[in-house]
Design a protein around this ligand. Sequence first.
Ligand code: UDP
Length: 313
Amino acid sequence: MKRILVAGGAGFLGSNLCKRLVADEDNYVIALDNLLTGKERNIQPLMSLDNFEFIRGDVMDPVEFDVDQIYNAACPASPPAYQKDPINTTKTSVLGAINLLELAKRKNARYLQFSTSEVYGDAKVHPQPEEYWGNVNPIGLRSCYDEGKRCAESLCFDYWRQCGVDIKVIRIFNTYGPNMDPNDGRVISNFIIQALKGEDITVYGTGMQTRSFCYVDDLIEGIVRVMNNTEKGFVGPVNLGNPGEFNMLELAEKVIAFTGSNSKLRYCKLPSDDPVQRKPDISLAKEKLEWEPVVRLDDGLVKTIEYYRGIIG
Ligand code: UDP
């Protein structure tokens, strides 16, 4: 059996990944989560399975598990969540990466780091390829997340070069779908919840800023392909995301149409350091993994709306 640790396993991406991994009976999956932003309800359906185990714990503390593979998804990821306790956010990314890379070194396990499009900051190159070094404000409100993740990437590459740890690094662009906390504060969850409740839709700034949204099932497929890729020397970083680009007004329009809501738009202040445009260049993922997203935004939104209808009643 393959023993797999998913740090951040009760979070949005972590729980979707666990669900995918336990479907293979040859996998034994250990989800580690401190439940700071992760939710027990996300992994509840997996709790009764023989090949799944949940451990409440923090990646900042030293860990000891017998494992073959480690996915490190542990970190608050929505801007309001990671800015609530920014020092803790940086520590989670940096100390968490050190602890889990040390574990990978001791156990000779493969380590996959969940990095982020935020490493590109307010990008001056569009779309963003992996070679772009980014435009990050090192002292801004987002820097705890952006710089924490950049440091985690740096640690991965040093553990690889210095200690021979078997690493993979992925850069995840905006993703949405079931198990994203309705109070997460991100745009798709906010818009859908507001529309379902008939509240105003909060558009930050002019709403002309763009993002590229990937449905979670597509993303998870890409992540598993990276972990199991055997090409020697292919460690990433590799962008994973959906290159379809939309502005926030287009998104609001779709959400209103698909929910049949009467909600109106309310324009609010743009948060500081909010990137103007974001869209992944996924040429590398296409070439190395034969992967690209297949779920259209419209279809993914409909599925996500169904999920939120189910949990908010
Ligand atoms: N946004 C918005 N209304 C909201 C939440 C977010 O207009 O209620 C905007 C936000 O300013 C950003 C985009 O939506 O430009 C995506 O924000 P999100 O927090 O989902 O992720 P980010 O890509 O900024 O990390």
